[in-house]
Write a protein that binds this ligand. Structure first.
Ligand code: CU
Length: 262
């Protein structure tokens, strides 16, 4: 059992390692800003797992460091340690505790994912095509295509995603959502932006030499501004269609051929 001469140094070491662990969690700004409803839930789960891990990290580190120092061999001591076969009670305890914690995390993760993936009736639907090395956003109901993802604030977005060549991954760090985009199948991603602004969209699956530049923007707009943009984009599509019926629709990225005038 723990000898009283160990308690002082152990307590001190626990304070030091604990303080460093807690400090780095607060001093360093680990996560990007949150811009969607899902982000708070994901971050809550992340920090929950962090703090549980932190407790055990401190415990294990303190015991390890202290044992290395307190029970080191004396110079010239060449003897073996006592023969220990095992300790059933200890092994049961150190199996049950992690198993319990893992079960808790699994349940919490299921709850968070259920919440994050629940769809709202009035969601905005956008189709996303991933191809080496661009993202194309299509608004099928109105025939608009855009290089940026433009979406209204405080309304859920559902992305229906396809890849035209290799596997990509659609990632919006500020929304804390990421989903693979895979040739031959359709994948979905839902999120609810709750802050107006421009956020990065990143391809998170190595997809070829241009993978690093396969980025675009998610532009979260006030509902009025979004409606205006949508109307303008739609008007442009109609005007283009009147002039050249086969011209690709779009704003940014889509209109490679100059429209024929006159
Ligand atoms: Cu990619």
């Amino acid at each position: 059992m723990l000898n009283s001469r160990h308690t002082g140094p152990l307590a001190l070491l626990t304070l030091v390692v604990g303080a460093i662990t807690v400090a780095q969690a607060f001093v360093i700004d680990w996560l990007p800003e949150q811009a969607g409803e899902e982000a708070a839930r994901i971050d809550w789960l992340l920090w929950f797992m962090f703090w549980v891990s932190a407790v055990f990290f401190v415990l294990v580190t303190v015991v390890l460091l202290y044992c290395v120092w307190a029970f080191r061999a004396k110079p010239g001591d060449e003897t073996d340690g006592p023969p220990i076969h095992g300790n059933t009670r200890l092994e049961v305890v150190w199996t049950l505790i992690p198993a319990f914690l893992l079960a808790v995390v699994v349940v919490l993760a299921i709850v968070v994912l259920e919440d994050n993936e629940a769809t709202a009736a009035d969601r905005v639907k956008v189709e996303v095509i991933g191809e080496q090395f661009v993202w194309r956003m299509q608004y099928p109901e109105i025939g608009v295509e855009s290089g940026d993802l433009r979406i209204p604030v405080d309304r859920q977005v559902e992305l229906t995603m396809r890849a035209s060549d290799v596997i990509h991954s659609f990632w919006v760090p500020a929304m804390r959502v990421k989903q693979d985009v895979v040739p031959g199948i359709t994948t979905d991603l839902v999120f609810t932006p709750d802050k107006v602004g421009t956020y990065e969209v990143v391809c998170a699956e190595v997809c070829g030499v241009g993978h690093g530049v396969m980025r675009t923007r998610a532009i979260v707009m006030e509902p009025d501004a979004y409606a205006e943009w949508l109307a303008a984009a739609q008007a442009k599509v109609r005007a283009d269609a009147d002039q050249a019926p086969t011209a690709p629709a779009g704003d940014g990225g889509g209109d490679a051929e100059p429209a024929e005038e006159g």
